[in-house]
Design a protein around this ligand. Structure first.
Ligand code: NAD
Length: 266
């Protein structure tokens, strides 16, 4: 442990999943108290048990992480999440709005059902808004903080394998993040978007379930491999920490060079 988040309090949403779990664990191991939120109550409790077992308690004797079931698309639940963090740990310094869905029925403009569009927007866009809406007043009370909103490389690049609602939702996250960063810059509240590239997670690997499908995707990735959730977590840690004290309003690409590629190496 190097204590890069020593004394800070963080919330991570979607903390039972790939990126969120790795980030919550890393934040805790760097000295933060972490409120871990997820819609899946059982999975978030199990995730927190694993984190608490691997990271020592805080100097005040409190566990370094606690679990909270929360659907980020519901305003009252997100308000409750921020309230809980402040009640338990006294402040809020880092809000990692990471929960998001990519629905299997999400498709092109002709085939995507309105229900899938609305569900995707309510979690991926409105969920981020609620997280910011309640984190900002809490951060103001202690003189600032860092908000990280998870977008995606698809927010800046078009794909011929459409997931229209998802892509539009992540574009909205980028635009919202930029504007929030401007509005709150003088309050020492930094707001950045994390843009992961394609990751070696079960969701994507199940989708690319033959060597041909994997290769068809891989040809676009200059580094020649899919990313790992921990690589996103390390970027989130940087943006959360004071090491990023002059960084706000960025589209922070963590994508193996994908979004910079024209022709990739053989
Ligand atoms: P994941 O599916 O492993 O984790 C997402 C977590 O969010 C899950 O634990 C899920 O239960 C939770 N969740 C879903 N709906 C929720 C809700 N309404 N309220 C609270 N929690 C909810 O996915 P991941 O790969 O860790 O993705 C995390 C973020 O990264 C998402 O925003 C995703 O869009 C983004 N992203 C992922 C990739 C990738 O290749 N995996 C690429 C680009 C962006």
């Amino acid at each position: 442990m190097t204590g890069r988040l020593s004394g800070k309090v963080a919330i991570v949403t979607g903390a039972a999943g790939g990126i969120g779990y790795q980030a919550a664990k890393l934040f805790a191991s760097e000295g933060a108290c972490v409120v871990c939120a997820d819609i899946n109550a059982q999975a978030i409790q199990a995730a927190v048990t694993r984190i608490v077992e691997s990271v020592p308690a805080t100097p005040a004797g409190k566990p370094c992480a606690l679990a909270m079931a929360c659907d980020v698309s519901l305003e009252a639940q997100v308000k409750g999440l921020v309230d809980r963090a402040v009640e338990e740990y006294g402040r809020l310094d880092v809000m990692f709005n990471n929960a998001g869905i990519m629905h299997p029925e999400d498709d092109n403009a002709l085939n995507t059902d309105e229900r899938i569009w609305d569900l995707t927007m309510s979690i991926n866009v409105k969920g981020v808004w609620w997280g910011c809406k309640y984190a900002i007043p809490a951060m103001r009370r202690t003189g600032g903080g860092s908000i990280i909103n998870t977008a995606s490389f698809v927010a800046v690049m078009g794909a011929a394998t459409p997931q229209l609602a998802y892509t539009a939702s992540k574009g909205a996250v980028l635009a919202m993040t930029r504007e929030l960063a401007m509005v709150h810059a003088r309050e020492n509240i930094r707001v950045n978007a994390l843009c992961p590239g394609p990751l070696r997670t079960p969701l994507l690997m199940d989708f690319l379930n033959t060597p041909e499908k994997k290769e068809r995707r891989m040809v676009h990735v200059p580094m020649g491999r899919f990313g790992e959730p921990i690589e996103q977590a390390r970027a989130a840690l940087f943006l959360a920490s004071d090491d990023a004290s002059y960084i706000t309003g960025t589209d922070f690409m963590v994508d193996g060079g994908l979004s910079a590629a024209y022709v990739t190496p053989l």
